[in-house]
Design a protein around this ligand. Structure first.
Ligand SMILES: [Zn+2]
Length: 90
């Protein structure tokens, strides 16, 4: 079963990561930079609430956050939405 992260927790997770969080990984494997998370926060929230109402039955097309991630050494990682490069922390 896939695990969803409540978008309301993203800011908290990012803030408590001491700068190590660089992006979020979506359920479909896509990458979203933190700027896009901010810009699309309402959408992420709505999609999450909808998935929750349906007992976490999710579809590929939904904007659902799997987890907050850290780019440790990938020099070739880009946001799936805005195509900005996601810098690695090392
Ligand atoms: Zn982006």
């Amino acid at each position: 079963m896939n695990v969803l992260t409540d978008p309301k927790n993203i800011t908290h997770i990012v803030n408590s990561s001491l700068g190590y969080a660089t992006h979020v990984t979506m359920l479909d494997g896509g990458i979203l930079c933190l700027d896009c998370v901010d810009e699309n926060f309402q959408l992420l929230l709505e999609e999450y609430e909808e998935a929750r109402e349906h007992g976490h039955i999710v579809t590929e097309t939904q904007w659902l956050v799997n987890c907050v991630s850290s780019n440790e050494e990938n020099e070739d990682l880009y946001c799936s939405h805005c195509s900005n490069k996601i810098e690695s922390i090392y």
